[in-house]
Design a protein around this ligand. Structure first.
Ligand SMILES: [Zn+2]
Ligand SMILES: [Zn+2]
Length: 158
């Protein structure tokens, strides 16, 4: 995922490079995980002024041109991440149901063999989305702390 500059990625996808598009792709490339549009907007705004409508338009363009993919999770926010140019080998995601973080998994992690799926199903597979739902390490850490005290202290519930 590293090693290709945002301008090269845009060129590869036949998207005209504008400063804002470069910023968006740069932010997404640096994230290493799928981000909700609101998070991307916040990160882009550290670099340059941007409004939400323009950002969504850019994200739509990236998705349409195959440079990015849109991922749905259990909640309402769509996540976006870069799909670095290998249409046959999409990467999967590990989604934390607690904090909503959606980590990009390495490509070729053996989650889905698109070619084999196509042969087994009577259809031409256009895309595969693999999402592993779970509780991330950070959230698991919070959980292992004893949570009983605060609950026991609540009065009037016995
Ligand atoms: Zn989490
Ligand atoms: Zn991803």
């Amino acid at each position: 995922m590293l090693g290709e500059s945002p301008s090269r990625m845009l060129a590869r996808a036949n998207i005209e490079a504008t400063p804002l598009r470069l910023a968006v792709v740069g932010v997404m490339a640096g994230a290493g995980r799928a981000l909700p549009a609101g998070d991307i907007l916040a990160l882009v705004r550290r670099l340059r002024p941007a409004n939400r409508v323009t950002l969504y338009r850019i994200l739509d363009l990236l998705v349409e041109k195959g440079l990015a993919r849109r991922h749905s999770a259990g909640d309402r926010a769509q996540r976006y991440c870069l799909e670095p140019g290998t249409a046959g080998a999409p990467h999967g995601h590990a989604y934390c149901v607690r904090c909503g973080a959606m980590q990009c998994l390495p490509q070729g992690a053996g989650l889905a063999d698109v070619a084999a799926l196509g042969a087994g199903l009577a259809m031409d597979v256009l895309s595969v989305e693999v999402r592993i739902d779970g509780v991330c390490a950070a959230c698991r850490g919070h959980e292992s702390r004893p949570a009983g005290a605060a609950v026991d202290a609540a009065p009037g519930n016995s």
